[in-house]
Write a new protein. Sequence first.
Length: 248
Amino acid sequence: GENHEHRSGRQLNFQNTLGKLSIPHEFVQKNLLPSQSLGNFPIAESLKQADSIASLDSALSTDVDAAQACDCVLWAGDMNFRVDMPNQDVLALCKENNYAEILRKDEFRMLQQKAGDRYFGFKEAEITFPPTYKFDLRYHDDTYAKNRTPSYTDRIIYRDKPTSQIQCTQYQSVQTVKHSDHKPVVAHFNLKLKPGLHKGNLAYGKFNHEVYKRGCEQRERHHSLGVGIVNDARRRTAHSKSSVCVLQ
């Protein structure tokens, strides 16, 4: 029915977005395929011949999850998640500020526990605000639309590795927004970023790749020599390259 169509649409949108992750294929080969070479995949030759390939559109057809190559993935937007509960029950719980009970029937909370689902392993900070959808714009007192179950459609979720050290310090909805039937959500994260010392092409943008490559080499040289390090007169020895940091 309608819920199945919404779910299928979200999965397709998620898959398409994963296909646009700008992650160098040599990084994916190193981090996602430890026990096998890209030569085992039908798109291996095209990856070897195209130095400027940044997208993993073709690689996704091999069921390789490009997001697994990232230390942290932040996923935000109108995800259209629904609450499997009668409209009046949700409204009653909202009056009691009992959002935890509403979230027990939240679609995302169920999918994130389902192995094999696209949202498996994603996390979310504690929700302490009312459902963000759907509001009736004919009223100015944040009245939910009749015959529509209030739901948390607008979300900011994330998936990280144990070493990524990400912490969500704020997660709330913006109740002052009155011109939409949604209430936007905002989050604040603290996370540790590491410089990417790769030389691959990260994006589709047109630029002088040779200048970019020389800049990467200079950055790597300065990084290994400790340039810019305060209170450390000693030269640092070169160390292994860090993970790629890509903000999409």
